[in-house]
Ligand binder design. Structure first.
Ligand SMILES: NC(=O)c1ccc[n+]([C@@H]2O[C@H](COP(=O)([O-])OP(=O)(O)OC[C@H]3O[C@@H](n4cnc5c(N)ncnc54)[C@H](OP(=O)(O)O)[C@@H]3O)[C@@H](O)[C@H]2O)c1
Length: 329
């Protein structure tokens, strides 16, 4: 099993290597790939020194699996070239997510749709993954009619440049800006670029991707995505209107029984999810579960997860594991 990590020098790539190691991923050969800027760079991993190679060299190596975290354009250009030589690409960018020919996979929800023919598999957006993890069991039981989601997103979601910007601002030094504005002591209601309808691309990912993953275009969704000076994970305030009556205790029980979800919800002990505690963990944490008293069959809750782990690297590695376990590569 020859595995290529494309974007190995980046924020997600770095966590990808960590997750592969922690999960004892069964590769026999590992190829670390990045842009021409990094070719020749040495990365020490599990006691071995790897030399970073470029894209064409990586294609020529014909890996069995290539996990891409190298931006949308890189993926658009290169994923088909890997696919052509027989590599199965798992892509973390937004390039292929809404393409009807590519599957958008959260293993706990819809990995069973994968076949050997799927050569470019899309990993959903980080804020989508944690959202659908909590929505899927609830939708199955109570049928979601409408969803209002507001996000409070970690700067690690923007990559290494954003983390550097915040560090510079802490220290009061000038440097390259990942955002249009300072992020230290700020909240920026602008994640990714604006679309024609006045929403950001991040907000529209939260509208479109859950419908595709849950295979239900009737769910009405609206979103506001905000960047805050936090590392460790994205938080989401979610308001869900169901078709059917629910009982809050049953919702807690159902989520608690769902693999990959941990309910942290005890008001007596001030227990609720927070990014500072989600950092480095694979689970999606749900709390502040309460009835919306202004509407029938409507629920509020708070969802937190490490965007670099389940929101990116862990989900991608789980897809790769599924492919191997089910002999799809
Ligand atoms: N951060 C998150 O929470 C998150 C979550 C889900 C998905 N994603 C997606 O994952 C991707 C990477 O995000 P990131 O946060 O890790 O960004 P990042 O820290 O900026 O890292 C980008 C990586 O891509 C490589 N790269 C850039 N241009 C390339 C090219 N032309 N050819 C080959 N490699 C190239 C970079 O290599 P060099 O070091 O050589 O420049 C680096 O390894 C993006 O598509 C992002 O949307 C991120």
């Amino acid at each position: 099993m020859k595995v290529a990590v494309v974007g190995a020098t980046g924020m997600v790539g770095n966590i990808m290597l960590k997750v592969l190691e922690e999960r004892n991923f069964p590769y026999t050969e590992l190829i670390l790939v990045a842009s021409e800027r990094s070719v020749g760079k040495q990365i020490s991993y599990k006691g071995i020194n790897y030399t970073v190679i470029g894209m064409q060299e990586a294609v020529d190596e014909t890996p069995d699996i290539a996990i891409f975290s190298a931006g949308g354009n890189t993926s658009l250009d290169w994923a088909p070239k890997f696919a052509k030589v027989g590599t199965t690409v798992i892509d973390n960018s937004s390039a292929w997510r809404m393409n009807p020919n590519n599957k958008l996979i959260v293993p706990e929800i819809n990995a069973n749709k994968l076949t050997k023919e799927d050569k470019i598999i899309a990993n959903p957006n980080c804020s989508t993954i944690q959202l659908v993890m909590a929505l899927a069991p609830l939708h199955k039981k109570y049928t979601i009619k409408r969803l209002v989601v507001s996000t409070y997103q970690s700067i690690t979601g923007t990559g290494v440049k954003a983390v550097q910007q915040l560090e510079n601002e802490y220290k009061g030094v000038k440097g390259e800006m990942a955002y249009h504005y300072p992020i230290h002591k700020n909240a920026i209601p602008h994640c990714d670029v604006f679309e024609e309808n006045g929403y950001t691309k991040e907000e529209m990912k939260l509208v479109r991707e859950p419908q595709k993953i849950l295979n239900d275009n009737t769910i009405a969704i609206t979103a506001t995505a905000v960047r805050i000076p936090v590392v460790g994970g994205h938080s989401e305030s979610v308001n869900i209107e169901f078709e059917n009556f629910f009982n809050e205790a049953d919702v807690r029980k159902l989520l608690n029984e769902t693999s990959g979800i941990t309910v942290q919800d005890n008001l007596d002990t001030n227990t609720y999810p927070m990014p500072i505690y989600a950092e480095g963990k694979d689970d999606v944490f749900v709390g502040r579960i309460r009835r919306d008293e202004s509407l029938p069959n409507t629920l509020n809750m708070w969802i937190v997860s490490d965007n670099l782990r389940k929101g990116a690297a862990t989900n991608a590695v789980q897809i790769a594991e599924y492919l191997i376990e089910n002999k799809l590569v």
